[in-house]
Design a protein around this ligand. Sequence first.
Ligand SMILES: Nc1nc2c(ncn2[C@@H]2O[C@H](COP(=O)(O)OP(=O)(O)OP(=O)(O)O)[C@@H](O)[C@H]2O)c(=O)[nH]1
Ligand SMILES: [Zn+2]
Length: 189
Amino acid sequence: MRVEDAAEPDMIAAEAAAGAFLKALGVETDSDHLRDTPGRMARAWAEMLTPRPFDLTTFPNDERYDELVLARDIPFRSICEHHLLPFTGHACVGYLPGERVLGLSKLARVVEHFACRPQTQERLTKQTADWLQDRLGARAVGVVIRAEHSCMTLRGAQATGSSTVTSTLLGHLRTDPRSRQEFLSLAGF
Ligand SMILES: Nc1nc2c(ncn2[C@@H]2O[C@H](COP(=O)(O)OP(=O)(O)OP(=O)(O)O)[C@@H](O)[C@H]2O)c(=O)[nH]1
Ligand SMILES: [Zn+2]
C-alpha cells in the first residue's frame, strides 16, 4: 500500500508571502545576503510540511511471533499549530502482531507522515497509533512521544530544557496492566 500526500505547495505564492512577512517585521531583504532568504524560507517550510511518500510493506507472520515489536528513539520534527514553530523529540512505537508483521522502518515513516503538518503532540501521538491499528490488524499498538516545544523553550514561557511526554495505548496494551507495564518499560518510561 502506497502512502502519499497529494497536496503540492504553491512555491511562488509562498516565497512572495515570506518576503512580505519579513518586510512587515522590518527585516529588509534587498542586500546580497538576504536576497534569497524569502525563497529559502518557503522551501524550508515546504520541506517541513510535506511528508515523503512511502510503501506500507508488511510480511506474513509465518513464525507466529506474538510478543511486542517496538522501535525506540525514533527522532522526529513537527510544527506546533499554534505558533508554527518546531517541536522535536523521539517517538517509541510498538505493536503486538497478528497475521502480518510490518517492515520496521515503516514505524518511523508513519511518525513522519503525521509529523509533517501543523500539529499538537497529543494528536500526533493518537493519529500514529490509530492509523497503525487500522492498517495493521495488530492486537495492540502503543505510541509514546517525548518532545521539546521551541514555542515553550525559546520564547514565551522560556522553559528551557522542559519536555512533554504523551502516550496512546490501544487494544491489549491498554486493557492488560502487565502488557501495558512491559510496553512502558521497554519504551524506557
Ligand atoms: N496541548 C498542546 N498545547 C500546545 C502544543 N504546542 C503548543 N501548545 C500550546 O498552545 C498554547 C497557545 O496558547 P496562547 O495563550 O494562545 O498563545 P501564547 O500567548 O503565545 O502563549 P505562551 O506560549 O504562553 O506565550 C500555548 O500554551 C502553547 O504552549 C501541543 O502540542 N499541545
Ligand atoms: Zn507553539
